[in-house]
Design a binder for this molecule. Structure first.
Ligand SMILES: [Zn+2]
Length: 206
């Protein structure tokens, strides 16, 4: 089962002390990070002028050199059905569980037919419900950004219940900062989610 808020807090305190700060995450180095320190104050970055024409291409355009079409990292696939699959990261990170629901075929989110969209919607709700009902999970955030890769993928980000400032859209930033849970805890939770999802459709791969 995922760690309780007390267990996560204890690991952080062990690492940096009771009022210590975790190491800065690399997110402030991202071009898209919206703030910067100017004269000792955190301020919004200056808005850059628009691209002259179209935006730069995303990764895997048309399925060429697409990491999500590439099946060579089968170890991270935890569940699959005829049309979709669920993947985990290669290693645990700060949030208790982050999973992606991806299409098997190369397509973008708006490319789904009505039938595929209905199936995707059902699996999304099952996956969210299963993750949210794990002990010590406060909420599962479901997000589709799609600015990095063209291949259809949505994020399912479980957050620990009762941690006051690990909430909302900053889950992605905390995922980069909090120390990872023990690997065996994480693997157990992944296997539980895959098994429960397979009671609805598809098959578990862990
Ligand atoms: Zn692809």
């Amino acid at each position: 089962m995922p760690e309780s808020a007390e267990q996560v807090y204890a690991r952080v305190v062990e690492l940096v002390g009771e009022k210590g700060r975790l190491p800065m995450s690399p997110v402030h180095e991202w071009d898209i990070f919206p703030w910067e320190v100017v004269d000792g104050e955190l301020q919004p970055k200056i808005l850059l002028p628009p691209y002259a024409e179209a935006e730069p291409a995303r990764a895997g355009v048309g399925g060429v050199d697409c990491d999500l079409c590439d099946d060579s990292d089968k170890g991270t696939k935890i569940w699959e059905s005829w049309n979709f699959h669920v993947k985990r990261p290669a290693v645990p990170k700060g949030m208790p569980l982050v999973l992606w629901l991806n299409a098997n075929e190369h397509m973008d989110y708006p490319d789904m037919s009505d039938d595929l969209a209905a199936e995707y919607g059902r699996i999304s709700v099952w996956l969210c419900r299963i993750m949210e009902r794990l002990p010590n999970i406060g909420r599962v955030h479901v997000s589709r950004w799609g600015d990095g890769s063209e291949h259809l993928h949505s994020w399912f980000i479980a957050r620990t219940a009762r941690l006051p400032n690990v909430k909302g859209s900053t889950a992605v930033e905390w995922d980069e900062m909090l120390p990872p849970a023990p690997e065996d805890v994480w693997q157990d939770d992944i296997a539980t989610v895959a098994r429960k999802l397979a009671t609805h459709d598809g098959r578990a791969l862990v």
